[in-house]
Design a protein around this ligand. Structure first.
Ligand code: SF4
Length: 91
């Protein structure tokens, strides 16, 4: 039985839910899947995380941000004024 395939589907669904599947592209998505942890968070490098905002987009304005310094989908310490390519604007 190949559980890797199921992991791929689960992660692909999560990426789609964040509305960023198109932004990631097929190559980047494959990298994200291969680097996924058991918690299904991806590395800061794969998310293209940076500790500074991108324009008016910043982590504390993202639906995935978990105050004070974490993220639902990206590993490690996350600055409220950071940013990554998985950004989803709060509504
Ligand atoms: S922009 Fe959103 S998804 Fe990316 S690290 Fe910040 S809180 Fe997480």
């Amino acid at each position: 039985m190949n559980t890797g395939r199921n992991d791929c589907r689960r992660i692909s669904r999560r990426v789609a839910l964040t509305g960023t599947a198109l932004a990631l592209g097929a190559a980047a998505a494959a990298t994200v899947v291969s680097q996924a942890t058991p918690q299904e968070k991806i590395s800061q490098a794969d998310a293209k995380y940076q500790g500074t905002p991108k324009g008016d987009q910043r982590c504390d304005g993202c639906m995935l941000f978990q105050p004070p310094n974490a993220c639902k989908v990206v590993q490690g310490e996350i600055s409220p004024s950071g940013w990554c390519q998985l950004f989803v604007k709060k509504t």
